[in-house]
Design a protein around this ligand. Structure first.
Ligand SMILES: [Zn+2]
Length: 937
């Protein structure tokens, strides 16, 4: 056999012969079971990475990244499922430590591409433990002219700069996927370089010994906790610096010998030769979920090790300890014992992971470590992907998408094995989807240069795409973008047009919106021309209303769900939680929490959300052309050209000094550009103190009525001057509205009028140009709660948003967040951090009730929102409260999310109490549901 070309099956059969067992299994392999986690399977191959627990007759090719038990688990001396490809070091450990039969182990050299079963495989050092490698796979496609698929599997790795200049890695820039070690993939994990940590350990040893020199009776024993393999760098450096052997036990010595360290004299099995001893991982204490020192065991060890030790200093080198952010090198001590927690990690930290992904710019990232990461659609996987949203190559995905239209429908890889379910799920919602897609294609034939015939290949393309790229835009994600677009674009835009926009903009919402406005007239003409005689043709049946309504609905064929935002399952709970349930609010919160995290990754942008939101908000203010469907659109709608006004208001040199603070402040208050000058004034006034600025903005002592803002600010600083639009001024100077916001005698049931009868302006409960009251949302929710019909529910929500668009476009975005139980875009990682108990406490104060009563009512209603509503209704009010505004509620949530430190709980409670005191009608119920449901991560 050519040394450059390997065949797993042949190798396997040869290995089996050495066992002298009966007839070897047939070379034809059964299909791969769907239970294999996709983080362990290289697409279009039968290569399984670190997946011995998923071994079976379906594969003969197993790859082992390194010798850590969580990666080799499933291996035993009786292993005979297939051949194991790994580095020479790992191979030696497998033979010597695990006693795996040598015939089944195929050691491969580093950096040298080999052909295995038709694919090219290269091993690269992973900077993890000795022998740890990353695998680079280049898998040819079925058709010879198509470029090979490239995958990088990092195993466990710690990124280092030299990887960027690694020649073997260069061809993998732009890879189809990176299977990434996401152990510490969270911004909260930032640990120092290994060198810094090693220096720290050495310096501690040095200073402790120096101290002992002064007191000659002291003899100190150093204990370093390690795994069976790993952290050798620390040990070697200690040996080098102190010219002293390191004591290890026999098992560790065996491993070190395999690694080639045994003979150089750095290590010894004789405890008397050294006062630096290596101990087992958990000896100094449990590390998970937080470190708990075991001083008793330490004392025992001191006695065991003989000598005349009077002190013990332990080191626990782990990444986990770094969770305790402020004590980067925490020390636990008791009597004569000290334990240093050293943030020494052989895994990449968050910044390093991002660095690597940025360098590789893959089409997607597949996380390999984390809770339920084995499911591609898991909450965790989704969150991980979000972290890399702007670093992956979305354009490549877009090109693939378009290329897919032209691909021969016959071409299908091995991919089919896993695809069936995913595809049927993906195409499931809305069987008419395919047809619509084809229509969309037909329409754009001209400018996209794609013939309608190729569209037939669409479904097979989808199938293939999903098979090889389960993380690619699936149907649900597409729906999410459609929703987002729907809220940014005029209502007459059809679903087909939305789909067009999504595909030509590479699924980037902002780009899609700008694309739209570049070709707005064209799109409008399309709709008009499509609207010929009778609406029989497919695309015409989607009138303006439908295009808004459709994406709002969960288009599941079952028709069970009436959910405006399909991703937000919790919304269902929020709106429909009428059946008493025995679970506590806290539990309920958790259960909805997990669902809540299935969010659109598309939204994640690296730029500050403030600017993004401003962009979208600006688009909201664009003219909404007359609806072609003849529905009651208002022709006399004023043209709110906000963009020009924004320019006028932009500061020139102002605010340069507190730029970051101002940006942060703007983000917190979710302010549009028009508020910037005002923000600058407050920030300058408070000399950059955001907390004080927020207090001024939200009114002192958490007064949400906002009256004090103007009172306080008026005399000393210039109010923002807005000449063009009175409405804008009103929004900035809140004291003018107050009770005038609400129109008298507007029947709440107007909202449930059919869309063609609903007049967004007349039927709204507030006046044109005024900020929208929260009552508008609460009334809609209340009606929704009693609505079982899907069409009715949709039109309710449509009416709600139409009024917002017509009267107060700036409130659309906060309303969308409130409807989806969010307080910010996903990537902002904002948390509300409140639970049922805090809400209960606020309820006690706001409604003058007590915990016992609340408990009782909760048992009766099973929903804290209903409980709150009941409390509110039985409360006597002297005067009608100040109307709650959508932006007030939203800002209050934002403010809650930034509270930290001592007394933050009471500040949060204060904010909630103020909100509660302003509740009217059914606002209380939905406010509380929002409070207990909003929670992130
Ligand atoms: Zn490892």
């Amino acid at each position: 056999m050519d040394s450059q070309t390997l065949d797993s099956t042949k190798l396997y059969l040869t290995a089996l012969k050495t066992l002298q067992s009966e007839a070897p299994p047939t070379p034809s392999l059964p299909p791969l079971p769907s239970s294999i986690p996709h983080s362990k399977l290289i697409p279009h191959t039968r290569f399984l990475v670190d997946a011995f627990r998923h071994a079976g007759p379906h594969s003969h090719s197993y790859f082992l990244s390194h010798f850590h038990s969580d990666h080799y688990s499933g291996l035993s001396p009786s292993w005979s499922r297939g051949v194991i490809f790994c580095s020479h070091t790992t191979a030696a450990l497998l033979r010597r430590i695990l006693h795996i039969p040598a015939a089944f182990i195929v050691p491969l050299p580093l950096r040298q591409p080999l052909r295995i079963d038709g694919a090219h495989v290269t091993l690269l050092d992973a900077n993890h433990c000795p022998g740890a490698v990353q695998f680079l796979f280049s898998v040819p496609r079925a058709t010879a002219d198509a470029a090979a698929l490239r995958y990088v599997h990092t195993g466990d790795f710690r990124f280092c700069n030299s990887m960027v200049s690694e020649p073997a890695l260069a061809p993998f820039v732009g890879a189809d996927a990176v299977f990434l070690d996401t152990t510490y993939c969270n911004p909260k994990f930032v640990f120092p370089s290994q060198e810094e940590s090693i220096d720290y350990v050495a310096s501690v040893v040095e200073s402790v010994e120096r101290e002992c020199e002064h007191n000659s009776s002291d003899k100190v024993l150093f204990l370093v906790a390690t795994y069976v393999i790993g952290k050798e760098k620390i040990l070697l450096e200690l040996a080098r610096r102190f010219k002293r052997k390191i004591h290890v036990d026999a098992r560790k010595m065996e491993v070190l010998r395999v690694l080639g360290y045994g003979e150089n004299g750095e290590f010894t099995e004789d405890g008397k030769e050294s006062n630096i001893h290596v101990v087992g991982w958990n000896l100094l204490g449990e590390t998970w979920p937080y470190f708990r020192p075991n001083f008793v065991r330490m004392k025992e060890v001191m006695a065991e090790r003989g000598g005349s030790y009077s002190k013990v200093v332990g080191f626990v080198p782990t990444g986990w300890t770094y969770e305790v952010k402020r004590n980067r090198f925490a020390v636990k001590s008791k009597d004569l014992f000290k334990i240093h927690l050293v943030p020494y990690s052989e895994h990449s930290n968050y910044d390093e992971l991002r660095e690597y992904v940025k360098f590789l710019k893959p089409k997607r990232v597949v996380p390999t470590v984390g809770l339920d990461v084995e499911k591609s659609d898991s909450k965790h996987a989704d969150k991980m992907r979000k972290y890399f949203a702007r670093l992956v190559d979305e354009t490549a995905n877009k090109q693939d998408f378009l290329r897919g239209f032209l691909r021969d429908p016959g071409e299908k890889g091995e991919a089919g094995f896993k695809a069936e379910k995913v595809v049927s799920d993906a195409l499931g919602p809305g069987q008419d989807m395919e047809e619509e897609e084809i229509n969309a294609l037909k329409k754009t034939e001209g400018d996209m240069g794609i013939g309608p015939v190729v569209a037939v290949g669409l479904s097979s393309f989808m199938e293939e795409t999903y098979a090889q790229d389960p993380t690619l835009l699936n149907d649900e994600e597409k729906e999410k973008i459609i929703q987002e677009l729907t809220f940014c674009l005029p209502t007459w835009v059809t679903r087909n047009q939305l789909l067009d926009l999504i595909s030509i903009s590479g699924s980037n919402v902002i780009e899609a919106v700008s694309n739209f406005y570049e070709r707005e007239t064209e799109f409008h003409e399309q709709v008009i021309s499509c609207q010929t005689p009778v609406s029989t043709s497919k695309c015409c049946s989607l009138n303006g209303m439908d295009s808004l309504a459709k994406p709002c609905l969960n288009t599941n064929n079952t028709g069970k769900n009436i959910d405006i935002f399909p991703s937000q399952d919790s919304k269902l709970t929020n709106l429909r939680h009428t059946v008493p349930s025995p679970i506590s609010p806290a539990k309920r919160k958790r259960s909805t929490d997990s669902k809540q995290n299935k969010k659109a990754k598309v939204k994640a942008k690296s730029e500050p959300s403030g600017s993004k939101q401003a962009t979208i908000t600006r688009f909201f203010s664009k003219v909404i052309p007359e609806m072609p469907g003849g529905t009651q659109s208002d022709n006399s709608e004023p043209k709110l050209d906000q963009s020009s006004k924004v320019e006028d208001l932009l500061p020139t040199d102002d605010g340069q000094m507190y730029k970051d603070e101002i940006d942060q402040f703007m983000q917190i208050i979710n302010g549009t550009e028009s508020l910037k000058k005002y923000a600058i004034t407050i920030i300058e006034k408070t000399k950059g103190d955001i907390n004080k600025a927020l207090d001024i903005y939200y009114g002192n002592s958490e007064n949400l009525g906002e009256k004090q803002i103007s009172v306080q600010v008026e005399s000393k600083i210039d109010r923002p001057v807005v000449k063009k639009h009175a409405s804008e001024e009103l929004r900035i100077v809140p004291d003018i509205f107050d009770q005038k916001v609400l129109k008298d005698n507007v029947d709440a049931t107007h909202l449930s009028l059919p869309p063609e009868k609903y007049n967004p302006k007349e039927h709204a409960c507030w006046r044109d140009g005024q900020p929208a009251p929260y009552l508008h949302i609460a009334r809609t929710f209340n009606l929704l709660e009693g609505e079982k019909g899907r069409i009715k529910a949709t039109s309710l929500l449509c009416n709600m948003f139409r009024s917002l668009l017509a009267l107060s476009p700036a409130d659309v975005l906060p309303a969308v967040y409130l409807c989806t139980n969010k307080i910010a875009a996903d990537h902002e990682n904002k948390e509300l951090n409140i639970g049922g108990s805090l809400v209960t406490a606020a309820l006690e104060e706001a409604c003058g009730t007590n915990r016992l009563k609340i408990r009782e009512m909760f048992n009766k209603f099973g929903d804290l929102g209903d409980v709150a509503q009941e409390c509110r209704q039985t409360q006597r009010l002297l005067a009608p409260p100040t109307p709650l505004l959508i932006k007030d509620v939203f800002s209050a949530l934002q403010k809650i999310s930034v509270q930290t430190g001592s007394r933050s709980t009471s500040r949060k409670k204060g904010i909630i109490v103020h909100l509660m005191r302003s509740c009217r009608e059914k606002e209380m119920k939905f406010l509380v549901r929002t409070l207990v449901n909003i929670c992130f991560f």
